[in-house]
Design a binder for this molecule. Structure first.
Ligand SMILES: NC(=O)c1ccc[n+]([C@@H]2O[C@H](COP(=O)([O-])OP(=O)(O)OC[C@H]3O[C@@H](n4cnc5c(N)ncnc54)[C@H](OP(=O)(O)O)[C@@H]3O)[C@@H](O)[C@H]2O)c1
Length: 240
């Protein structure tokens, strides 16, 4: 790279999208790239990731690079961090998109909304002034024990898609903890709506394009924008 290219790369915003090989993640990569952001499209599977990058390049979006990332693998995370440090020396946008539903479909897809019935857990997840990473880990450990003991309903956890919902609630709370700890950053959550993707066996209503634009609008918030918020349909919404 010559110096001109390096300085233009450093000035451009760099984004990492996790689970960027399909669904909402791929669409977020596409829309961010259209907005002039340099994309590090990550996927746990190299073949699927490379195929996704190829798709974007076919659309004329050339500032897209693939890097392997399995979000459950610490050494994979650390290799990505080294790559970002040595290639760009910075990261402007992280779209923490990767997830699994954690269930197998046995009948018609039905994704009933449930709120936690366990009021104590709800209060703790919402008490951002006092919540810590350690306490979040403990709450998730408790969930796992209750799940293994078949006590999900009795202990007030969601009874459908329990692990997915417990993990998402913890992730939302963790994002708010990070927002409080790093006021210089914007750390926000987005509810994309019910989107037709593999995670729900394509039973969703919205197209990934529509969901992607909701995520991208938040990812491109200006520096002085809101932080520690949940966005639903383009508006700040309540977490509980
Ligand atoms: N679709 C909806 O209605 C809906 C609603 C609310 C929230 N969301 C959220 O939106 C996000 C995107 O979901 P989607 O609907 O686009 O689902 P999707 O099409 O199933 O995509 C999920 C992505 O996450 C990746 N992934 C899973 N585990 C991973 C891991 N350990 N490391 C790295 N990547 C991993 C998948 O990779 P593989 O291809 O390798 O499996 C895939 O790229 C998720 O966080 C989901 O919870 C979706």
């Amino acid at each position: 790279m010559d110096e001109g290219v390096i300085s233009s790369v450093t000035k451009a915003r760099i984004a990492v999208v996790t689970g960027g090989n399909k669904g909402i993640g791929l669409e977020v990569c596409r829309q961010l790239a259209v907005n002039g952001v340099i994309i590090v499209l990550t996927a746990r599977d190299e073949t699927r990731g490379a195929a996704a990058v190829h798709k974007l390049k076919e659309l004329g979006l050339y500032d897209v690079t693939f890097h392997q990332l399995d979000v459950t693998d610490a050494s994979s995370i650390s290799k990505l961090a080294d790559f970002l440090r040595s290639s760009f020396g910075k990261l402007d946008i992280l779209v923490n998109n990767a997830a699994i539903g954690g269930v197998e479909l046995v009948g018609d897809p039905s994704f009933v909304e449930q709120l936690f019935k366990n009021e104590e857990v709800k209060q703790e997840l919402n008490d951002i002034e006092n919540l810590t990473e350690e306490r979040l880990d403990e709450l998730l450990e408790t969930f796992l024990k209750d799940f293994e003991a078949g006590a999900v309903e009795e202990r007030g956890w969601p009874t459908e898609l329990s692990a997915y919902k417990a993990a998402k609630a913890a992730m939302n709370s963790y994002s708010r903890v990070l927002a409080r700890r790093h006021p210089e950053l914007r750390v926000n959550c987005v509810d994309p709506g019910f989107v037709k993707t593999d995670i729900n066996y394509n039973s969703g209503i919205l197209a990934p394009k529509e969901a992607g634009s909701k995520v991208v609008a938040v990812a491109l918030l200006p520096e002085a924008g809101v932080t520690g918020a949940l966005f639903e349909n383009g508006k700040v919404s309540s977490f509980v």
